[in-house]
Design a protein around this ligand. Structure first.
Ligand SMILES: [Zn+2]
Length: 208
C-alpha cells in the first residue's frame, strides 16, 4: 500500500526540494505516464463548492477503498499546487499496460474540451511540466526518445487495451516534451556551479 496517509500539496519550488530528498532504492520508474482527470473538469474543480482537498480525498477513497488498488496515481496536478497522493518511490496504478514501469500523473481537467494553452488550463500544464522536469532530472530520465513501454513520456491513450482517450486531444505530446526539456535545461543551469560544464549531465540510455 503506497497511498500516503494524507495527500500533500506543493508549489513547484517546494516539490523540487521534496523530490531532491527522495531515493529510489528498490523500484525505479522508467518513464512518466500523463493523464487528465476528465471528471472533475477543470471548471468543476475551480467552482469551489468543495475544498480542493475533499476532491482529492474522494478520488483516493475511490481507488483505495472501492477499487481496492494497492496504489493509485502518484501526482494530481491542480492550477495552483502539485498534489502527492502515492509514494513516488513505489509503483502506482494508473495504466494497465505498464503500471510497474511508470510514474502516473493526473492533470485536473478534461482537455478534450477545455483549453490547455490559456487560463487555468495553462497553469495546470505549467505545474505538470515543472513536476515532470524535476522528476526526469532526479531520475536521470528523458521525456523524448520515445519507445512504447520502455522510455520517453507516455500518454495513457497509448495503452490501447485501456480504451481511454486520455489526456484529451488539446494535450499535444511534442509540445509537452519540448516544455519539459526546456524546464530541465533551466533547472540544470540553475544548479550548475559557475565554470562547470552542463553538457555532460542529464543524458540517459533507454534500456528495456
Ligand atoms: Zn488516464
Amino acid at each position: 500500500m503506497s497511498f500516503l496517509a494524507e495527500p500533500k500539496g506543493y508549489t513547484p519550488g517546494e516539490f523540487a526540494d521534496f523530490v531532491e530528498g527522495l531515493a529510489w532504492n528498490g523500484w525505479r520508474p522508467k518513464f512518466v505516464t500523463l493523464h487528465n482527470t476528465a471528471v472533475p473538469t477543470l471548471a468543476a474543480w475551480l467552482d469551489s463548492n468543495h475544498a480542493a482537498k475533499q476532491r482529492i480525498e474522494s478520488q483516493r477513497h475511490y481507488e483505495r477503498d472501492i477499487l481496492h488498488w494497492h496504489s493509485g496515481v502518484h501526482l494530481f496536478v491542480a492550477p495552483n499546487l502539485i498534489w502527492n497522493l502515492c509514494d513516488l518511490t513505489q509503483d502506482g496504478v494508473s495504466v494497465s499496460c505498464w503500471n510497474h514501469r511508470t510514474l502516473g500523473i493526473e492533470m485536473i481537467g478534461d482537455y478534450a474540451t477545455e483549453a490547455f494553452d490559456s487560463g487555468a488550463g495553462a497553469r495546470v500544464r505549467d505545474n505538470a511540466v515543472a513536476a515532470m522536469a524535476i522528476l526526469h532530472r532526479k531520475l536521470g530520465l528523458r521525456p523524448d526518445h520515445y519507445r512504447m513501454g520502455l522510455c520517453g513520456l507516455h500518454f495513457h491513450r497509448e495503452c490501447s487495451r485501456d480504451h481511454h482517450d486520455c489526456p484529451g486531444r488539446n494535450v499535444v505530446k511534442a509540445d509537452v516534451v519540448a516544455r519539459i526539456l526546456k524546464e530541465m535545461a533551466a533547472l540544470s543551469r540553475a544548479a550548475v556551479p559557475r565554470g562547470a560544464d552542463p553538457s555532460t549531465s542529464g543524458e540517459s540510455i533507454c534500456s528495456g
